[in-house]
Design a protein around this ligand. Structure first.
Ligand code: MSP
Length: 522
């Protein structure tokens, strides 16, 4: 039986259109899912939308729609964007799906029956006209952040989940395993939340209706996190008959969650408490990446700086957008997105470096060997040792980096080999070797080595840039078996005599000034 691998994006709030920030997490998960499928895992890759809550209820009202109409429309936009971005998810969950609602009610009841949920009082700052509760820290200048009016101290009956019984296990998972990446976030969680004593979590509300009713007290709806986090197991079929995939959550199974740092606390503390209360195994990895800013500011609709992924993808190509966001988001930090950086990456890395390597290699085989890959009669001659060693060792490196997952570093490693191969062309000067006669064994060896490097790099790039990889394989004549996972680390496996074929330019170069001014006018 194949080993399983389960990877999840957060389920996004359908309160506004998806933007490039959501794209980052989803495309990063897609890349890992594709890499793991290629490695031979039985992969389940999930995404979806988190559709309940007061905010959605209000946004729907403002739009003059029922909450259901409103979420249907926006969930559809998320699905369209993932299709456009070539995201190969296996399952899209919506928290308004009946099977999810049924399972959440059972989960809530099970935790209640075990004595971890109790009824208490939620105290907070209340805005009477808005009918909404706020915490002290959410207030702006002591006033309601929504309408700017005065707030009063108020309380409301609510259910709470005890967190302290789980503190020790949570701390152990965070400090003694590699669960949370990057590791810098572990101290933040332990020092800011666990050491001061975990507070009980409010898990129900009565001030809005757009949610899943508490089964034994239907005046209450389940508040946010039990509903949202449970998606990771309900979509596998936990406590419902809609799916039969709970094997992906077995003890010891490979499970990876990805989120940005905004919800790391929920995934590293609250989710673990819920799983523990349900006696379920813990996931193996949570990677919480940094924040995507737009020219220094947090990207948000109200700031008017939301980068439209459809526009970028149509103008520059989906793979170029995928590449740039995956390459430039640092592993442990935030990223200042700019269109200029995107265009510079496309020109420098994709057109000038990778695109050039492929087109020069193919053009030289066409010119000197009539388009048929020659046999490397010199096999591993010393002069080529560095390139061969680098390309041959590349897949072992990317395998490790995908586990962490450190995607930008994986791309950096692949592009280091691509740069080395371009330098190798300058060093070996095939056009001079051709003067010794078109069939010189040295020229054949050089072109063979270049094609092998392109084969290895393009197969490792395929999970990041799926459409590009196919175009490259067509040009170098690589059949599917030549780009299988077991061949990625095996130098010299592309058979001689395959026919190469120059195709269209893979990456066009852009006039950056012109593009920036046009984008500014959109
Ligand atoms: N619904 C919750 C998540 C529940 S998961 C059980 C939620 N939704 S959200 O729509 O606000 O999505 C937050 C996630 O979207 C982030 O964790 C991140 O994955 C992604 N991002 C949204 N904007 C982003 C940036 N500007 N930068 C980086 N990630 C971004 O929280």
């Amino acid at each position: 039986m194949k080993k399983t691998f389960y990877i999840t994006t957060p389920i996004y709030y359908p309160s506004g259109n998806p933007h490039i920030g959501h794209c980052y997490t989803t495309v990063a998960c897609d890349t890992i899912a594709r890499y793991k499928r290629w490695q031979g895992y039985d992969v389940m890759f999930s995404t979806g939308t988190d559709e309940h809550g007061m905010k959605i209820e209000e946004s729907a009202k403002k739009a003059g729609k029922s909450p259901q109409e409103y979420v249907d429309e926006i969930a559809g936009r998320f699905k369209r964007l993932w299709k456009f971005m070539n995201v190969s998810y296996d399952r899209f969950i919506r928290t308004t799906d009946d099977y999810h609602k049924e399972a959440v009610q059972k989960i809530f009841k099970a935790i209640y029956d075990k004595g971890y949920i109790y009824k208490g009082e939620y105290k907070g700052k209340y805005c009477v006209p808005d009918e909404s509760f706020w915490t002290e820290s959410q207030l702006v200048g002591g006033k309601c952040p929504e309408c700017g009016r005065d707030v009063i101290d108020a309380k409301e009956e609510a259910y709470f989940m005890k967190m302290r019984p789980f503190a020790e296990q949570i701390e152990k998972l965070l400090t003694e395993t590699d669960y949370l990446q990057p590791r810098a976030r572990v101290n933040e969680m332990v020092n800011n939340f666990i050491k001061p004593g975990l507070e009980d979590l409010c898990v129900s509300r009565t001030t809005f209706k757009w949610g899943i009713p508490v089964p034994f007290d239907p005046e209450h709806v389940v508040y946010v996190w039990i509903d949202a986090l449970s998606n990771y197991i309900t979509l596998l079929g936990y406590e419902n008959g809609a799916h039969d995939d709970f094997g992906y959550w077995a003890e010891g199974a490979e499970i990876m969650h990805m989120t940005a740092k905004d919800i790391v606390r929920f995934h590293s503390i609250i989710w673990i408490a819920i799983l523990s209360a349900l006696d379920l195994p813990f996931p193996k990895r949570l990677y919480s990446h940094g924040w995507f800013n737009f020219e220094g500011k947090k990207m948000s609709k109200s700031l008017g700086n939301v980068v439209e992924p459809f526009v970028l993808g149509e103008r520059y190509g989906v793979d170029c957008v995928r590449y740039q966001i995956l390459r430039d988001m640092p592993f442990n930090g935030d990223f200042d997105y700019s269109n200029e950086l995107m265009l510079t990456r496309i020109n420098a890395d994709l057109a000038n470096n990778f695109g050039n390597l492929v087109s020069r290699t193919v053009a030289m085989i066409e010119k000197y060997f009539g388009g048929v890959l020659p046999e490397n009669q010199l096999a591993d001659c010393d002069a080529d040792g560095e390139l061969i060693a680098l390309a041959g060792a590349l897949s072992a490196k990317t395998d490790e980096l995908i586990e962490i997952p450190h995607l930008s570093q994986a791309l950096t490693e692949i592009f280091a080999v691509i740069s080395r191969a371009n330098k190798y062309i300058d060093e070996t000067a095939p056009w001079l070797l051709a003067k010794d006669g078109a069939n010189s064994p040295r020229l054949a060896a050089v072109l063979y080595n270049l094609t092998e490097t392109v084969r290895i790099c393009s197969s490792l790039l395929a999970p990041f840039m799926p459409e590009t990889a196919v175009k490259v394989w067509e040009q170098i004549g690589a059949a599917p078996e030549s780009v299988s996972y077991d061949k990625a680390g095996a130098w010299g496996t592309l058979p001689k005599n395959v026919a190469v074929k120059k195709g269209d330019i893979i990456f066009p170069r852009f006039d950056i000034e012109k593009e920036l001014s046009e984008l500014g006018r959109l």
